[in-house]
Design a protein around this ligand. Structure first.
Ligand SMILES: NC(=O)c1ccc[n+]([C@@H]2O[C@H](COP(=O)([O-])OP(=O)(O)OC[C@H]3O[C@@H](n4cnc5c(N)ncnc54)[C@H](O)[C@@H]3O)[C@@H](O)[C@H]2O)c1
Length: 325
């Protein structure tokens, strides 16, 4: 992977689960990555984590030989917010999700960051219009919401606030692409953005099916893992529809429109989500993977996701230019 970041120096502010993974994204891509967390113990742990996962990636062949050492040299731990912001053209804020905390962090960022810096937030919930309300630099603030962990899963939802300058959004999209992510622009705020809304729609039905004993956790997971999910690793619902009728997506959705309308009317809008149902999900999942297996399954998942991404890079989907005609 040879990348040319459009912004050479970045600051990662907040180094929990998401911030530490952003460190990997930026340093791996070639950015000078300045790091700050007010909890300096957490900051040290995050940098150790970044270095050790880079070493594992090098061993697995996801980084070139010597790549982990080069990545490490690009990471600069900082003792204060102002130190971290020196020279940074992109600031990736990944502090706690509480709105008041985000607003306080943004006041500090706006006061201390270079005038030209873009202030991006990893928030999963808030609209930038609300986070940056009243700031003189609200026009350089934008949501850049990753999927966990962003150094493995590339999609980033990009959402401007009402006063964000269009050139800031354009530069944000270009920068995220230049560091190897897949930025997706949203046109307006909706709770959950795109990914969590789509995920919530599927989980709602899965919870309903297990809660009403239509099938086991193993059966429901198998349908997604070895059915829907195999296609979804390559294409979304519209691309899938495109391949399910010879005439493409239009023919498919016209032909099955009534069937989908009937199913939507039958779906359970508010399934029971009680301790009873959650216990059934938990025990059913442990039956698949074993007790206390979350970390091992997570490592396996991250390794195989990288393998899938490599396959897709080696054999990309047809485009209008390459053969869609
Ligand atoms: N965890 C996920 O799956 C996920 C996915 C996408 C987006 N997000 C979003 O990313 C952000 C971070 O989530 P997380 O899961 O990494 O949380 P986390 O609790 O693991 O990490 C938060 C970090 O922020 C630090 N912090 C506390 N006060 C701070 C301040 N004033 N300035 C800077 N840093 C401060 C904490 O010390 C901690 O290290 C949140 O907005 C969250 O919604 C999380």
């Amino acid at each position: 992977m040879s990348l040319q970041p459009t912004i050479p120096t970045v600051a990662v502010i907040g180094t929990g689960v998401i911030g530490r993974s952003w460190i990997r994204v930026f340093a791996r891509a070639g950015c000078h990555t300045r790091v700050f967390d007010p909890d300096q113990t957490q900051q040290s742990k995050a940098i150790e984590w970044a270095e050790s996962t880079a070493a594992v990636d090098e061993r697995l062949g996801f980084l070139a030989v010597g790549g982990a050492a080069t990545e490490k040299q690009r990471i600069a731990p900082c003792a204060s917010l102002s130190e971290a912001l020196v020279g940074a053209g992109w600031v990736q804020e990944s502090g706690p999700e509480a709105l008041e905390t985000k607003q306080r962090i943004y006041r500090e960022l706006d006061a201390a960051a270079d005038d030209a810096a873009i202030l991006a937030s990893s928030t999963s919930a808030h609209d930038m219009t609300t986070i940056a309300s009243g700031l003189s630099g609200a026009d350089r603030c934008v949501v850049a919401h990753p999927v966990n962990p962003p150094h493995v899963v590339p999609v980033v939802e990009v959402l401007a606030g009402r006063t964000t300058r269009p050139d800031v959004t354009e530069r944000a999209l270009a920068f995220l692409e230049s560091v190897g992510q897949t930025p997706v622009e949203m046109h307006r705020y909706v709770p959950g953005f795109l990914l969590n809304r789509l995920q919530a729609a599927l989980i709602r039905e899965a919870v309903s099916l297990i809660g009403s004993d239509v099938a086991s956790a193993a059966a429901i997971d198998a349908v997604v893992r070895d059915g829907l999910g195999l296609r979804w690793a390559l294409m979304g619902p519209f691309g899938t529809g495109h391949t399910n009728a010879d005439g493409g997506a239009g023919e498919y959705y016209r032909r099955y429109g009534d069937a989908y309308r009937a199913l939507w009317a039958d779906l359970d809008a508010t399934p029971e989500f009680s301790d009873r149902v959650i216990e059934r999900i938990h025990s059913g999942t442990e039956a698949m993977y074993g007790p206390d297996s979350a970390a091992a399954v997570g490592e396996w998942r991250d390794r195989l996701v990288r393998g899938i991404r490599r396959l897709k890079a080696d054999d990309p989907a047809p485009t209008p230019e390459t053969g869609g005609a």
